[in-house]
Design a binder for this molecule. Structure first.
Ligand code: PLP
Length: 410
């Protein structure tokens, strides 16, 4: 008799985005004349940079010739891309990596979800709360999280590290020993960051406790402040204790064409076993690499033209973030994030829950955001807005919120 993996049954039906979508659809059906502005979902809207389009066209033509045709590529990525990643994304921050430490993939989502396969089921994990849901759910599926407690909204074997305005969104160092620590900075959903000093404390913790930090830097390109590390490897000793995830999704608009990478340093060992070797083995077995065409597109962002074009798009989103932050502040909201991140984390005034605030915003000003409670129990009382919309929609949305707050009418 076939038995299913019952750990899947322990997953909480996190229908966050489908619930949002249903509520929006229902509202729109009842109010067809209303113009709804969506600042909820974390997807980009600027088209792909021309440098990438050109590179993809060239790559396709290459594949159409006998000499240029390519079948299966190297599972861990073509050298032309791995070399660019090493020299552009790391060397400029004083981090020396070998290209064999770079594993190109089709997404940081897959990588952050798959990486836990390298670790024993008994390992204790710590996640920030609120958090990008993939870290938790992939561990639930693996059976590492234990039972769910509906009273606390938490899994019994997971250590939750609250990140709220009370600790300035900096997770407190743990008093207990954990094995795997998921850190995501700039953070989704709070949009907040750690300084070099704050991140160093976590690296020290990991070194002292033989833990491993799984550092998600998917939003690294949005960092504007000097004392914020772009890579965890800027911290001395981090190569012994950290794996880093990066993505071209938000940096270059690759959410549709898919390309990301993970750094597993050769120094990183557990009881003498190289995690670089294990991840290499895992990827070769279960992954066939990212398409040649996509990797050529990713390579193109490192050209002078490509750099200018991705910067233009990032600046556009950053300006949206500034418009949202300034507007919400002027409307009397307490807000966080938005400076080194495309996410603005708004504190809900009064006793309204995140979902009540969602409904209110949808019905009163026809704006869609994401309720904070969807990212974890400590996200309750907060609300996420994203800067990935169009400029026009962003300005219109903030204008509506301001008017609503001023006069309580739209
Ligand atoms: N990591 C974080 C923190 C994210 O917010 C996201 C996407 O929203 C991802 C990873 C996924 O990146 P990718 O598109 O490369 O899978």
């Amino acid at each position: 008799m076939v038995k299913i993996n019952e750990n899947f049954l322990k997953l909480q039906d996190n229908y966050l985005f489908s619930t949002i979508s249903k509520k929006v659809q229902d509202y729109q059906r009842k109010n067809p004349d209303k113009e709804i502005i969506r600042l909820g979902i974390g997807d980009v809207t600027c088209p792909l940079p021309q440098a990438c389009i050109k590179a993809m066209n060239k790559a396709i033509l290459e594949l159409s010739t006998k000499e240029g045709f390519k079948g299966y590529g190297p599972e861990q990525g073509y050298d032309f891309l791995r070399e660019k990643i090493v020299s552009f994304d790391y060397a400029k921050y004083g981090v020396n990596l070998d290209k064999d430490e770079v594993f190109v993939s089709d997404g940081a989502k897959c990588d952050t979800g798959n990486i836990q396969e390298l670790f024993d089921i008994s390992n204790k994990i710590a996640i920030t709360d609120p958090v990008y849901p993939v870290y938790l759910d992939s561990n639930v599926m693996a059976g590492r999280a234990g039972q769910y407690n509906s009273l606390t909204g938490k899994y019994e074997n997971v250590v939750y590290m609250p990140v709220t305005s009370s600790n300035n969104f900096v997770p407190d160092l743990l008093n207990e020993k954990v094995d795997l620590i998921y850190l995501c900075f700039p953070n989704n959903p709070t949009g907040t960051v750690l300084t070099k000093k704050q991140l160093s404390e976590w690296v020290n913790y990991a070194r002292k406790n033989n833990s491993i930090i799984l550092f998600d830097a998917a939003y690294e390109a949005f960092i504007t402040e000097d004392n914020v590390p772009h890579s965890i490897y800027e911290i001395e000793g981090a190569k012994d204790v950290a794996i880093e995830f990066r993505s071209f999704s938000k940096t270059a608009g690759f959410t549709g064409i898919r390309c990301a990478y993970t750094i597993v340093p050769k120094e990183l060992k557990v009881n003498g076993v190289s995690l670089n070797k294990l991840w290499h083995r895992r990827q070769c077995t279960k992954f066939n690499g990212v398409s040649y065409v996509t990797q050529r597109a990713a390579e193109a962002i490192y050209s002078e033209e490509g750099q200018k074009q991705i910067r233009k798009n990032i600046n556009y989103y950053q300006e949206n973030a500034r418009i949202i932050s300034d507007g919400l502040k002027a409307a009397g909201f307490e807000i966080y994030g938005g400076i080194n991140s495309p996410y603005i984390w708004l504190k809900i005034n009064g006793n309204m829950t995140s979902w009540e605030f969602f409904d209110e915003l949808l019905e009163k000003v026809n704006i869609v955001g994401t309720p904070g409670s969807g990212f974890g129990p400590n996200g309750e009382g907060y609300f996420r807005l994203t800067a990935f919309g169009s400029r026009e929609d962003t300005i219109k949305a903030i204008d509506r919120i301001k008017k609503w707050k001023e006069k309580r009418i739209v």
